[in-house]
Design a protein around this ligand. Structure first.
Ligand code: PMP
Length: 285
């Protein structure tokens, strides 16, 4: 039925739409033993599908959770789910793994985890540009939270930063790490360029090492662009030539306004977009 906009895998079968997957006894609800990931089908291709599915398990492990679920199982279900839609539709693929029913506090056993996959129609990534302001909220320290995981428990903090930015007329926030260096945009990784060299915060455990980030670094370097992963301070953004974000939401998009300063999408951002688009088009999945 091509009018269905979401299919959800839950309890061993595909459901049209959004079945109730959680209730008052679900550990993932009240104790947030929940990890998820998000991938896209764009122009018929699912770039980096396998690493997105593998990251679900990695995120759980970073939280000390050991779900009895495999990457291959998630990949196979994602591929099955997208077949329920017309082949040209743009889709969002969201696997979720969480502690199931019963009094499982504080940590569910391996067999008590549930896998759910939701596949929905979603417009293609908007890559024209976004505005950002410095957030007053920081990423938590790795000692206090599984900050490198795509864990649901981290997203209220992302939400605070986005709400603050939107209330101020911006699309998103620039989040600092616990000691005040630049970490990432609220829900995308951050890059900037100065004199034709590209910089991005080095992985320090306080933010997600995005799959798009890793892919764009590899693609730019292969194309001969110098990309430096280092500790970045906010004042460098204020004098950058270009700033762009990477992630499953934007894929690659320019930051066109930082605080009160307007920025132009430049040649490096455009090159990163072209390289990513070509990579996605050549994807095996
Ligand atoms: N940081 C955060 C907090 C995110 O939620 C995302 C989106 N997954 C990213 C960065 C970008 O990661 P990816 O490129 O793997 O989508």
């Amino acid at each position: 039925d091509s009018t269905v906009t979401t299919w959800t895998w839950f309890k061993g079968e595909w459901h049209e739409g959004n079945p109730n997957i959680m209730g008052p006894q679900t550990h993932g609800v009240w104790m947030a033993s929940t990890v998820f990931d998000g991938a896209r089908r764009m122009n018929g291709k699912m770039p980096d599908l396998h690493p997105h599915c593998a990251r679900v398990i990695r995120s759980a492990n970073l939280m000390g959770l050991k779900p009895a679920i495999t990457t291959d199982e998630i990949v196979a279900l994602a591929k099955e789910g997208v077949k329920k839609f017309d082949p040209e539709l743009a889709l969002y693929i969201k696997p979720i793994v969480y502690g199931g029913e019963g009094f499982l506090a504080p940590v569910p056993e391996s067999a008590q985890f549930v896998l759910c996959i939701s596949v929905s129609e979603m417009p293609e990534a908007v890559q024209t540009g976004f505005s950002a302001r410095k957030s007053s909220f920081r990423r938590p320290s790795p000692e206090s939270a599984p900050t490198e995981a795509k864990a649901a428990c981290l997203y209220p903090n992302v939400g605070r930063a986005v709400t603050e930015a939107k209330n101020d007329g911006f699309d998103t926030g620039v989040m600092l790490d616990p000691i005040g260096n630049v970490a990432e945009f609220s829900y995308a990784n951050l890059f900037f360029s100065k004199d034709n060299v590209v910089y991005t915060p080095a992985i320090n455990g306080t933010f997600l090492n995005g799959l798009t980030r890793q892919r764009v670094i590899t693609l730019l370097r292969k194309d001969g662009v110098e990309v430096v992963e280092k500790t970045c301070v906010y004042s460098e953004l204020e004098t950058a030539d270009e700033i762009f974000g990477t992630g499953n939401y934007y894929k690659v998009a320019p930051c066109v306004k930082l605080d009160e300063r307007a920025l132009q999408p430049g040649p490096i951002t455009r090159r990163a977009q072209e390289l990513y688009t070509a990579f996605a088009a050549a994807s095996a999945d």
